[in-house]
Design a protein. Structure first.
Length: 336
């Protein structure tokens, strides 16, 4: 009998019904009518039954079909990965990353740095130094030395920062403990900067005129620091006065040593140093007296310092005074 006999009609469509062993031992067939919805439901069932099964195996077993790009022996045809495979995604990401790096390398580094503001540049340099300590000396050798002008801008900016840190009140700046705690971090930052720059400018490499100019600037900023209600909080300012007084003394001794080597300073220049020092000593209530004594002893004769008026620390003559066991002698800087 032929296959076309009406007694043996062939089915219009044959479905392969895969059987799977459930983890609990039950044997359950999964039936399908071939529709897309049925296939989606079957994949969900398979994920529930076999959580570790691969997506490719589940689709193949449920639908009887193979993903595009695979041949009959479960190997990828033409050695190509399917679009969604991890290998393809990793390869594609690496390609994009290489392209991006090439574009960035072609872009001038100087133009990239030009887009950064000062805090970003400082952060970049500090991070580089932290990661590569050997770069510190090389970077330092290529940075211009601080000048009075550049340091003035930095210190004025830091002074404004602590001024802005005061809590707002309708009565102005309060000098209580709460305000001190708010302002203290900015003041400590300013103090650290002043001492760091003082160590630089009082080195033997700087000219005495530059040293005295910086010390006048730093001491003036220190004198503008607040005087707090709690006297314990004023130790920051007092400690800064003491360290700056030592810098004044060191600078005076250094300038005098250059005079002994044949270096001459003009009377007007030395008189200005004397006036500034006398002013700071008066406004700080004698915190720079040791420096005053050293100045009179080492450089006073250049400025024409002689016995002055009886008014201690006269506002007009910016007189310098030095004491002894029996009383005090007063000297004033004569106008030039």
């Amino acid at each position: 009998m032929s296959d076309n006999s009406p007694c043996f009609p062939l089915p219009s469509r044959t479905f392969h019904q895969p059987n799977f062993h459930h983890p609990n031992g039950n044997f359950r067939p999964i039936r399908t009518d071939g529709s897309h919805h049925s296939q989606v439901m079957q994949r969900a069932i398979m994920r529930e039954r076999f959580p570790t099964a691969g997506t490719l195996d589940v689709v193949q077993k449920v639908t009887g079909k193979r993903k595009q790009g695979y041949d009959s022996d479960d190997s990828m045809s033409d050695n190509k990965s399917p679009p969604s495979s991890p290998y393809f995604m990793e390869k594609d990401y690496a390609s994009v990353k290489r392209t991006k790096m090439i574009v960035e390398e072609d872009f001038p580094l100087s133009k990239l740095l030009a887009t950064l503001d000062k805090p970003q540049l400082l952060s970049l340099i500090n991070n580089l130094i932290d990661s590569h300590p050997n770069l510190q000396s090389e970077i330092a050798s290529n940075i211009p030395r601080p000048t009075i002008h550049s340091v003035t801008n930095v210190l004025n900016s830091m002074e404004k920062k602590y001024q802005d840190s005061f809590p707002y009140t309708k009565w102005g700046q309060s000098k209580d403990d709460y305000s001190f705690n708010r302002v203290k971090p900015a003041i400590m930052e300013l103090k650290g900067a002043i001492l760091d720059y003082a160590a630089h400018f009082t080195s033997t490499e700087e000219f005495p005129t530059t040293k005295f100019s910086f010390l006048h600037l730093a001491t003036s900023i220190t004198q503008r620091l607040p005087d707090w209600d709690n006297h314990l909080h004023n130790e920051i300012k007092r400690d800064l006065y003491i360290k700056l007084s030592e810098c004044w003394t060191k600078t005076i001794v250094d300038a005098a040593s250059k005079v002994s080597e044949g270096k001459l300073y003009g009377q007007m220049v030395v008189s200005e140093w004397a006036r500034n020092l006398a002013q700071h000593n008066r406004e700080s209530n004698g915190m720079f007296q040791q420096a005053v004594n050293e100045f009179i002893d080492k450089l006073g004769w250049i400025a024409g310092i002689q016995v002055g008026s009886n008014s201690l620390m006269s506002n007009h003559s910016y007189s310098l005074s030095t004491g002894n066991n029996g009383g005090h002698h007063q000297y004033s800087v004569l106008p030039v």
